[in-house]
Design a protein around this ligand. Structure first.
Ligand code: HEM
Length: 418
């Protein structure tokens, strides 16, 4: 895609299977129009609202229209600052424990490490009362297998008859059922216990629709918990792996972030308020999300013909918003391939073009977990850098664009305990 933009310019059209029209863009003005200014003319494509929905259910990420808006209004308050503050108390011990137990052989596979950690964190944030080890293993394994199968279906739709005949479809349907069964049990146990907790599940259980004053049904609770589980770890895990990769290769930044953490916290466990003082840490995360945006592409379908910046966007066209391309556009970013957290200093941020930077999407469907994720990544960085020293740069690694932007090979880091 990056090559195509160099050849054809910031917005180009293409045909899918010779019939359907697709339009790919890296142009911030076009992107802002689609995601924000005229968002009502666009819906998500079948990838999220069809294939993904089939396996993980109809929660916020995979629903559309009036139902989505109703759910978004209901769930949004659960991600406000005062609720996030409570979640710090759940996350801190989880991260601390994880790094205490981390065994340092000759090196650590940091991508695998951040995946397990982000999975544990979202599990804790959702269901603070511990999930049994076997259920954790099954959840993690099943979600990985299902993700691979979803990608196969999107990339090779012509294999669908084969998936049905071979029994692969049935096998994966069963895995999805088993996964939902585990989550449903956790919900039922909580309701039966009658003991409230300070976690995301409690937020979902307590939420009431404004018009009826009623809460969600069991099916809705299941759908929304599943979606938060799925949307809430793969993205953060990849972001964290890339952050550690970049830090290992930029000793100046590593030193600066380490001394900021030491200066603000002096070895203490971070509180929610401390995080607001870790401004350079935040800039590092923001710059890493620019270079390696985990959600590297966002898709929409035009409901009616539309016009923006002199372009006609036909009815039914598939819009491919190439986040990675915008974040690497030399017209928007000086030396775009260089890692430079100064780009996100308060003054420099003010000068940014709207929608030149949008790792969490934009408009009404902006990621609901953006503040949660920023907080989580800051906490992980603090705990990690308080405990370990990175002693050598990681080897250069290429990107592997799957549902999220993964590293092509494991990232090995050499560490010593502080
Ligand atoms: C670095 C981490 C993350 C990144 C880069 C990220 C990115 C995104 C993006 C780009 C979207 C919009 C997709 C679209 O418009 O089609 C989105 C939506 C969403 N994200 Fe995140 N996300 C992250 C972490 C999280 C976390 C931690 C949670 C939950 C705890 C979460 C939950 C969701 C949900 C539920 C939606 C759908 C919102 C809606 O449509 O109303 N995300 N995310």
């Amino acid at each position: 895609m990056s090559d195509n933009f160099q050849k054809y310019g910031r917005t180009y059209s293409f045909h899918i299977g010779g019939v359907k029209k697709g339009i790919a863009t890296v142009d911030p003005a076009v992107i802002q129009h689609i995601l924000q200014k005229n968002n009502r003319n666009y819906r998500k494509s079948n990838i999220q609202t069809g294939v993904l929905k089939k396996y993980v259910g109809g929660g916020l990420l995979t629903s559309e229209g009036a139902y989505w808006l109703k759910q978004r209004r209901l769930i949004q308050p659960g991600f406000h600052h005062d609720r996030l503050k409570e979640l710090v108390n759940l996350m801190n011990p989880e991260i601390d424990h994880y790094f205490q137990e981390l065994s340092l052989d000759s090196s650590v596979d940091i991508s695998a490490t951040t995946h397990t950690l982000a999975f544990n964190i979202i599990a804790k944030a959702l269901f603070s009362t511990s999930i049994g080890a076997e259920d954790m293993r099954l959840l993690s394994e099943n979600l990985n297998i299902l993700q691979e199968f979803i990608i196969q279906q999107v990339r090779q739709p012509y294999k669908l008859p084969w998936f049905k005949i071979s029994g692969l479809m049935r096998h994966h349907d069963k895995l999805a059922q088993q996964t939902k069964g585990i989550i449903l049990n956790l919900i039922r146990q909580r309701v039966a216990s009658g003991v409230p907790q300070n976690d995301l599940l409690q937020m979902l259980l307590d939420a009431r629709y404004e018009d009826t004053g009623k809460g969600m049904t069991e099916q809705q609770l299941l759908d929304e918990s599943m979606i938060l589980f799925v949307a809430g770890h793969e993205t953060s895990a990849n972001a964290l792996a890339w952050i550690f990769y970049l830090l290992s290769r930029h000793p100046d930044s590593l030193e600066k972030i380490t001394s900021e953490i030491e200066h603000v916290l002096a070895g203490q466990t971070p509180t929610f308020t401390d995080l607001t003082q870790l401004s350079y840490t935040r800039q590092v995360i923001e710059e890493a999300l620019r270079i390696y945006p985990p959600a590297w592409v966002i898709d929409r379908v035009a409901l009616e013909e539309d016009e923006v910046a002199g372009l006609i966007l036909p009815k039914g066209a598939l819009m491919i918003i190439y986040v990675y391309g915008t974040h690497h556009d030399p017209d928007l970013w000086e030396a775009p391939e260089a890692f430079n957290p100064e780009r996100f200093s308060p003054e420099n941020k003010l000068a940014q073009t709207p929608f030149a930077y949008f790792p969490f999407g934009g408009g009404p469907r902006l990621c609901i977990g953006n503040n949660f994720a920023m907080m989580e990544m800051q906490l992980v960085l603090v705990h990690f850098l308080q405990k370990f020293q990175i002693t050598a740069p990681a080897k250069s690694v290429e990107i592997r664009p799957m549902v999220t932007l993964r590293p092509k090979k494991p990232i090995h880091l050499k560490l010593i305990k502080r």
